[in-house]
Design a protein around this ligand. Structure first.
Ligand SMILES: [Zn+2]
Ligand SMILES: [Zn+2]
Length: 355
């Protein structure tokens, strides 16, 4: 029966693919009256590629390694895009920008947004040359700037600094908004950039978080996750990748927060659709058809799960939602605002929740 079902599903996909409608979200449009924004987290193995689509206008954020250029271009074409309003290169690592040149050469692109670094690899230089050769408008990413497409917009939040080690923290971080629904796309931004965003006092809350740096432990710090307080987290990474992404600690934190985790390595391409009030997901692989999420769905203070509680008796500190805390005697509980504070007070991190 399951086999038959997947056969039918595959058939429906093929039929939908050949028509010029959006193809992956098979049941979504039944749930949502009107889709105002679709965010496609395209499976490009170990890398990132995200296509934003609103009312016939398209924005591409990264395109995975070079060998995925055709895959991404193909995908864009199948979404019936005749041009890209914006192409964003988050930062000059090949798992993000490798495929962009193929896309640039294959589809009309209005503007190219990136952040200047001292990167001078041939891949990067060739990409910038292609931007030039194709008469694409070059825009330097400046935090605070917003760009509209269809009925949605994105605002650049980071990088806020200009002197980082390595390129990940230079990542262009974007808040994509459509009505009440917000997506936070962080590229490979790591804890330094997260800290700066937190320090700036900007509103980081989002319904969907594309986790920084493929779910690595260098990103998704507890204070950042608390501020974003996402209901869904997307991790874009390759199956059995060499880096061990995502880090179990990241998955643990998101799980403690009650966050729904969606991964491209296990689910393939993930598509989120919204009417500006509700969110619906569909995935290429697996049976994940998450319930439609509305803004009234309870997600208040999920971040509290990541508060720190120490045990006076054992000298161990935990995340508030760790099983270790459930069993703890009330009078032994000591709250801490930060991990550093707990360590300073001589507490050791719990081995189970690894705070
Ligand atoms: Zn990177
Ligand atoms: Zn990366």
């Amino acid at each position: 029966m399951k086999k038959l079902l997947s056969l039918i599903l595959a058939l429906v996909m093929v039929i939908t693919l050949s028509s010029c409608d959006s193809f992956l979200p098979l049941k979504l449009d039944i749930v949502l009256d009107e889709v105002k924004l679709r965010v496609h987290f395209i499976d490009v193995g170990q890398g990132d590629s995200i296509l934003l689509e609103s009312k016939g206008e398209f924005v591409l954020v990264d395109a995975g390694e070079k060998e995925y250029g055709e895959t991404v271009l193909d995908y864009i074409n199948r979404c019936c895009a005749d041009r890209l309003k914006y192409m964003v290169a988050t930062h000059p690592h090949t798992d993000h920008i490798g495929g962009l040149r193929t896309v640039l050469d294959g589809i009309d692109t209005e503007s190219f947004i990136t952040v200047e670094t001292d990167q001078d690899t041939s891949t990067w230089k060739k990409l910038l040359k292609a931007v030039d050769d194709n008469d694409v408008n070059y825009i330097d990413a400046v935090p605070g700037k917003s760009y509209r497409f269809g009925e949605a917009k994105f605002t650049i939040l980071a990088p806020l600094g200009d002197n980082y080690e390595g390129y990940n923290n230079y990542s262009v971080v974007m808040m994509v908004q459509c009505g009440d629904i917000r997506f936070l796309l962080t590229g490979d931004a790591e804890k330094e950039s997260e800290k700066e965003m937190l320090g700036s006092g900007m509103d980081l809350s989002a319904d969907v978080l594309k986790c920084g740096h493929h779910g690595s432990s260098t990103s998704s710090t507890a204070p950042f996750l608390k501020a974003v307080n996402p209901f869904y987290a997307i991790i874009s990474c390759g199956k059995d990748n060499d880096y061990g992404h995502p880090h179990p600690g990241t998955v643990k934190k998101l799980t403690l927060m009650g966050c729904n985790i969606l991964r491209t390595d296990t689910m393939g391409t993930i598509v989120a659709s919204t009417d500006g009030k509700h969110l619906s997901f569909s995935t290429e692989r697996g049976s994940t058809q998450l319930p439609t999420y509305g803004t009234d769905t309870e997600k208040k203070n999920a971040g509290d799960a990541l508060n720190y509680i120490g045990n006076k008796n054992s000298g161990v500190f935990h995340y508030a939602k760790c099983q270790g805390v459930e069993m703890m005697n009330e009078k032994n509980k000591v709250p801490f605002d930060t991990r550093e504070e707990a360590i300073k007070a001589g507490y050791k991190p719990c081995e189970l929740c690894n705070p």
